[in-house]
Design a binder for this molecule. Structure first.
Ligand SMILES: [Zn+2]
Length: 369
């Protein structure tokens, strides 16, 4: 043993072993340490890679959720590609840095909801207006909330016979490009679902429609051994919980929680208060990740809660409390230009992320080695 120690000291293996042990311990305290941001445009790629290497990796982030949507040069559907989108070669540059450093990338496309934003229709419904769940709702010249149509974001019709052919080819191509084992389907804030004027969905149970779409995406991913991540808000009932209509559902999709596969990972976002709904998701059998946005104190509380849940739960429950994920709701270029450069003390995603990770590292340091 002494010889081994001497050898380790001589070769520097001791330090390496120590690092590995620290990492293992951190994985036990908080298995998922995530960062979620819109994919960089091609012009911001190098700066973003430098940010990943210089800031995320030293803070032990191990999961990068990239909201790509149409910012990738899809070969299967070039008509859907945004200007300035990443090429396959550019994606590989990012993938290579992440792979070398054991940082898992989970790409995201908003499926079902979020098919428009304010007064702008998203690429899918612009190119395929026949997929629109509410074609009778015209996009306003000047968007305001509330509005008579209850328009927040458009949805695609999950029962349109052609919609999956299109979106699943995007999902496959994106997962292939990012060499991803998991895909994030969004599916948050779905206000339009099972609409009375939709010839396919009218009269159907909204929870069943929502669950059917989750299952369709889940099963498609499973064909290639990939798993599904999504936001959890549609599975929470807004009226029962007192949560708002964005953070939870007011259109009866909450019951879908009992209708979807249990191996979906739920991203439980709460930005104004550190709600403890992670417990509900875990009791229902799901892996859950708590997600803050721009208020540092809330993120610290969410991290503390997650660590407490892991410490105080049964072994069956513990493994469902997977960790935390910082969310950034500006594109990578704006984030790097603004939030990242803002001073300490400002409520923004960068300061929130740093304080949350400090809290996790502080707790990790007090764990028995
Ligand atoms: Zn429909």
């Amino acid at each position: 043993m002494q010889l081994l120690r001497t050898l380790a000291a001589m070769t520097g293996l001791g330090a390496l072993a120590g690092t590995a042990r620290a990492q293992t311990n951190l994985d036990s305290v908080m298995p998922i340490r995530g960062f979620c941001i819109a994919a960089p445009r091609a012009r911001d790629l190098d700066e973003f890679i430098a940010f990943v290497s210089g800031e995320l990796l030293p803070r032990h982030v191990n999961t990068l959720i990239l909201m790509v949507n149409y910012d990738y040069q899809y070969k299967s559907h070039p008509e859907l590609v945004d200007k300035g989108a990443l090429s396959q070669e550019e994606v590989k540059k990012l993938v290579s840095v992440c792979r070398t450093n054991h940082l898992r990338i989970i790409p995201q496309i908003d499926l079902l909801g979020h098919q428009s934003w304010a007064g702008t229709t998203g690429n899918l419904l612009r190119q395929y207006p026949e997929f629109d769940e509410t074609p009778q709702v015209k996009m306003p010249a000047k968007y305001e909330w509330p509005n008579p149509d209850g328009l927040y974001c458009k949805s695609y019709c999950p029962l349109h016979p052609k919609v999956h052919e299109v979106v699943f080819s995007l999902v496959d191509e994106l997962c292939d490009a990012f060499e991803a084992e998991a895909f994030h389907a969004g599916m948050d804030e779905v206000f339009y679902i099972g609409e009375e004027k939709c010839p396919r969905c009218a009269g159907r149970d909204k929870a069943e429609l929502f669950a059917g779409e989750v299952r369709a995406i889940h099963d498609h991913l499973a064909l290639k051994g990939r798993s599904l991540w999504m936001w959890g808000d549609r599975l929470l009932d807004g009226r029962t919980t007192g949560l708002g209509m964005w953070e939870a559902s007011y259109n009866s999709t909450g019951r879908a929680i009992d209708l979807i596969p249990k191996d979906v990972t739920l991203c439980d976002w709460h930005y104004e208060r550190p709600e403890q709904t992670a417990v509900y998701f875990a009791v229902k059998g799901f892996k859950v990740v708590s997600c803050p946005w721009r208020i540092p104190a809330n993120a610290v509380a969410q991290a503390q809660d997650m660590m407490k849940f892991r410490k105080t739960s049964t072994p069956e429950m513990r493994e469902r409390f997977q960790g935390v994920m910082q969310t950034v709701w500006s594109d990578a270029g704006s984030f790097l230009a603004k939030d990242y450069k803002a001073g300490a003390g400002e409520n923004n995603p960068w300061n929130t992320f740093k304080m949350m990770m400090d809290e996790i590292m502080k707790s990790d340091a007090t764990q028995p080695r």
